[in-house]
Design a protein around this ligand. Sequence first.
Ligand SMILES: Nc1ncnc2c1ncn2[C@@H]1O[C@H](COP(=O)(O)OP(=O)(O)OP(=O)(O)O)[C@@H](O)[C@H]1O
Ligand SMILES: CC(C)(CO)[C@@H](O)C(=O)[O-]
Ligand code: BAL
Length: 285
Amino acid sequence: MTELVHSRAELAKARDGLKGTVGVVMTMGALHSGHETLLRAARERADHVLVTIFVNPLQFGPNEDFDRYPRTLDADLEICRRAGADVVFAPAVSDMYPDGQPVVRVNPGQLGEDLEGQSRPGFFHGVLTVVMKLLQLTRPDLAFFGEKDYQQLTLVRRMARDLDVPVEVVGVPTVREPDGLALSSRNRYLSPEQRQTALSLSAALRAGATAAEQGRDAGEVLAAAHRTFAAVGADARLDYLVLTDPDLEPGPVAGPARLLVAAWVGDTRLIDNLAIRLAPPFLTT
Ligand SMILES: Nc1ncnc2c1ncn2[C@@H]1O[C@H](COP(=O)(O)OP(=O)(O)OP(=O)(O)O)[C@@H](O)[C@H]1O
Ligand SMILES: CC(C)(CO)[C@@H](O)C(=O)[O-]
Ligand code: BAL
């Protein structure tokens, strides 16, 4: 049975009733098969699964889609039941922020300013602050995050390490449509034509991965990804397409790497990423 709770008091009572290990899956709702995969991963690793559904105002900029973000609680509960969640915590904004906007927030450091942080100022302060609050409220042994939001996963891992949060952060591979599009709640904003254009993100990543498999160097991998993005997404507006170290550390990239992309398709901003393995450079004598 899945228990739905809204207030902190109800959550505390439900949490106390969970004996054994607890895995948490944090979401903003509008659940899809990507979320369901996170829930099933949690189900496999933990004795109990706790899902949070909260559209966090703190991580949205003034011109972003907080108001129009899809809110589909009944359908979400059905998915949570199907995936065997024990507890769903769906607080109101006033439950999460009873004193209004928090004065003290988690500072994500320089990585929080790069990539997503550059286009969404304050985004990762908002994300890490609410993730920290939800970790305190739910006290999980394990917390599951999708690789689709790769920078978020990297920063949550880093926060747990740097701030000694007693939780194992588990990354779950990106779930895709058969044509490659990464599942995302924001995909439901796309018209059928825009959905075709949105394939430019995953196609660009695949082109980069193919170039890497053929032994191309970092510059050629990026060039291949850019060419494919432009060919498939003529109507998309690229925000960034970068090849980085897998931990998103600055500096030269060699061997294992990550290719990350963000782009606008109409009014919808989408992100995606893929693991890449660069061939070792040829040695010249
Ligand atoms: N396609 C996916 N594969 C794996 N994990 C995913 C996928 N989509 C979302 N997740 C993960 O689900 C968790 C909750 O994400 P969220 O509710 O923001 O969904 P979303 O689809 O990423 O939404 P949005 O479209 O607003 O970015 C995050 O850890 C996120 O990485
Ligand atoms: C982690 C999260 C639930 C925090 O609001 C959100 O950023 C998301 O859904 O990825
Ligand atoms: N999917 C991460 C949360 C956000 O884009 O606001």
